[in-house]
Design a protein around this ligand. Structure first.
Ligand code: ATP
Ligand code: ATP
Ligand code: MG
Ligand code: MG
Ligand code: MG
Ligand code: MG
Ligand code: MG
Length: 257
């Protein structure tokens, strides 16, 4: 057969299957979104439409891939955690990664008009992506805490930065003024200069977005026999809660299921 003399090239493909029994994290991040957000007139520091669009794309990823147990998003990034028992694409790294990032980009473009009805999509958005194996519960919780802490740091900084810029000083001056400041300095600046209590700002900006599955019990009563039956269905919950402290994990034993 003609094909058999060529088929050996397949053997050049390298095995990239990921370590068994580890949680897999796919993180995608918008490419040059600093510029993309300017071109599309994102409100600063936090454009609600843009966040809504990211969250919608992430939710659709979770609907498509049942093995994603929790996802966390902020700014132009999203992390998807796959259960450690996942056998998706035989755990092949490039297969999982490329499918997630292209599907996410597709959803982002497809849903654009619903979130930005008055803003034409002027440039094709793209995302970079990586996949990481985490062997322990502590690692995976620390990973998510790291991203949420990053959200907090950026959100506090950006709130100060844009308050300063909107008050009339240049972006360069605002950067200068914030250089070397600690978080209590920034809180103080917001309160004394702009009358803003940082902790009163919307949770979605301070905490980012958490998507996770929760079992919902649906009670149905049969018409003929009046018998009650309870069916359980997993529902995707979208929230803006703290995932650094113990509380969320006690209420949602996602990693032990
Ligand atoms: P890279 O390609 O290296 O990721 P980048 O320009 O995307 O570069 P990031 O560090 O990922 O840099 O930062 C994303 C930028 O996108 C933020 O600095 C912010 O300016 C902008 N951005 C993302 N989401 C929003 C939003 N909801 N509202 C306003 N601006 C946003
Ligand atoms: P996987 O997700 O593993 O890639 P797949 O179903 O996409 O699974 P491929 O081996 O990539 O399988 O094969 C792609 C299939 O798509 C082809 O076998 C063919 O049936 C179909 N296909 C692709 N391009 C065309 C086309 N232009 N016209 C008709 N069919 C096409
Ligand atoms: Mg980056
Ligand atoms: Mg980016
Ligand atoms: Mg980013
Ligand atoms: Mg194919
Ligand atoms: Mg193919």
């Amino acid at each position: 057969m003609a094909n058999t003399q060529f088929q050996y090239v397949k053997k050049f493909e390298q095995d990239d299957s990921l370590l068994l029994n580890t949680w897999l994290v796919v993180r995608i991040d918008g490419r040059s979104f600093h510029k993309f957000s300017q071109i599309h007139s994102f409100e600063k520091p936090n454009d609600k439409r843009a966040i809504g669009l990211m969250n919608q794309a992430a939710k659709q990823i979770m609907e498509e891939f049942g093995d994603v147990i929790i996802a966390y998003g902020q700014s132009d990034e999203y992390s998807f955690v796959l259960h450690k028992s996942t056998t998706l694409y035989s755990r092949r790294a490039s297969k999982i990664l490329s499918t997630f990032v292209s599907l996410f980009t597709g959803y982002y473009i497809y849903n654009w008009k619903n979130f930005f009805p008055d803003q034409e999509l002027k440039e094709i958005p793209s995302f970079d992506s990586r996949i990481i194996c985490y062997p322990s519960k502590k690692n995976i919780r620390d990973y998510l805490s790291w991203r949420q802490a990053d959200c907090h740091i950026n959100s506090l900084y950006n709130t100060c930065f844009w308050c300063l810029v909107k008050s009339g000083i240049s972006e360069k001056e605002a950067t200068e003024q914030l250089r070397g400041t600690f978080s209590n300095d920034k809180n103080e600046l917001l309160f004394s200069k702009f009358g803003i209590n940082y902790n009163d700002l919307p949770q979605i900006n301070r905490k980012g977005t958490v998507l996770y599955r929760k079992i919902e019990e649906i009670e149905t009563i049969r018409n003929d026999t009046n018998q009650k039956s309870i069916s359980k269905k997993k529902k995707i919950i979208m929230d803006h809660i703290d995932i650094i402290s113990e509380k969320f994990w006690k209420e949602n034993p996602i990693l032990t299921e």
